[in-house]
Design a protein around this ligand. Structure first.
Ligand code: ZN
Length: 261
C-alpha cells in the first residue's frame, strides 16, 4: 500500500490488485480517498478478488460511502458490486450497467468528502465511458485520477469499437489544460506508477500516438490492407501477447484516418 501525501494522515492510498498481466502491468490501481471523520471513497475497486477487496476496505479506515468507476473494463469494475454490497454504498459509473443505485458520473459533477473535492471530467478515448477525477485535497496539491487514459508506464490502448482516437486526442488536450490551469502536480493512473511530471508524460503520449499513425499510414502505403497485416508490421517490436490489443488500436487508427480523408 502506498500513500502519496506527506502528512501523517495520508488521504490517498494506492491498493494494487493482484492481477498482473500484459494488459494490466503489475495490477490494477485501486485508489482509496479518505477524510477522517467524513468517510472514504474508492475509485476502481478492481477485479472481484476477495483478498484485494478486504485490503481495500481495511485501507478505508472510515466508512466507505461511495465507489466510483473510471470506466467499464472488468479489471477496474468487476469487484465494484461486491464491495458496494459489503459496504452498503452505491457505485457511480458513466455506464448505467455498472451502477449500484441511481447515480451516474457526469462531466462537471463535483463531490466533497470533508476537506477533499472530487471533480468529474469526461475523457473518452480509451473507451467511450472513460472519466477522470480531479482531486483537490488538504495538502493543497491537485491530482488527476486518469483510469486507463494515461498509464504510469507504457502507453494505452484505444479500444475498438468502444474507443476513439479523435476523442483521445481531445482528452489529451483537456489533461494538458488541467495541468496548466488547475496546477495538477500528479497523475494517478489505472495501472503503473504515479506520474509526477505530468506535462512531459502527456507530450510523450501525444507523440507516441502520432508516431503510430505515421507508421499505420506507411503500412497502408506499403500495401498492407488488413488490421492483422498492419499489426504484424507496425507492432513487430511489441510482445505478441499485446497484439490483440494492438489490433484494436490499429482499427481505431484506421477509422481516424478514414474520417480525416
Ligand atoms: Zn481499460
Amino acid at each position: 500500500m502506498i500513500s502519496t501525501a506527506a502528512s501523517d494522515e495520508p488521504y490517498i492510498q494506492l491498493v494494487r490488485a493482484p492481477n498482473p498481466g500484459p494488459m494490466t502491468l503489475n495490477g490494477t490501481n485501486t485508489w482509496v480517498i479518505t477524510d477522517p471523520g467524513a468517510g472514504a471513497v474508492v475509485i476502481d475497486p478492481g477485479p472481484a478478488i476477495d483478498s484485494h477487496l478486504e485490503m481495500v476496505l481495511a485501507a478505508c479506515q472510515e466508512r466507505l460511502i461511495m465507489i466510483v468507476l473510471t470506466h467499464r473494463h472488468l479489471d477496474h469494475s468487476e469487484g465494484a458490486a461486491m464491495l458496494a454490497d459489503r459496504a452498503g454504498c452505491g457505485v457511480r459509473a458513466a455506464d448505467p450497467q455498472f451502477r449500484v443505485g441511481p447515480d451516474g458520473l457526469d462531466d462537471g459533477e463535483r463531490f466533497t468528502l470533508g476537506a477533499i473535492t472530487i471533480e468529474v471530467f469526461e475523457t473518452p478515448g480509451h473507451t467511450s465511458d472513460s472519466r477522470s477525477l480531479l482531486l483537490s485535497g488538504p495538502d493543497q496539491v491537485n491530482r488527476v485520477i486518469t483510469g486507463d487514459m494515461i498509464l504510469g508506464r507504457g502507453t494505452t490502448v484505444i479500444s475498438h469499437p468502444d474507443g476513439d482516437l479523435g476523442a483521445y486526442f481531445d482528452s489529451l488536450d483537456l489533461f494538458e489544460r488541467l495541468v496548466r490551469n488547475r496546477d495538477v502536480r500528479e497523475l494517478l493512473p489505472g495501472h503503473g506508477p504515479i506520474v509526477s511530471e505530468p506535462m512531459p508524460w502527456l507530450s510523450f503520449y501525444r507523440q507516441h500516438r502520432h508516431e503510430r499513425l505515421d507508421q499505420v499510414r506507411a503500412a497502408l502505403a506499403a500495401g498492407d490492407r488488413t488490421p492483422t497485416e498492419i499489426v504484424a508490421r507496425v507492432y513487430a517490436d511489441v510482445d505478441r501477447s499485446l497484439w490483440p490489443a494492438a489490433e484494436q488500436s490499429v482499427r481505431a487508427q484506421l477509422e481516424y484516418l478514414e474520417r480525416q480523408r
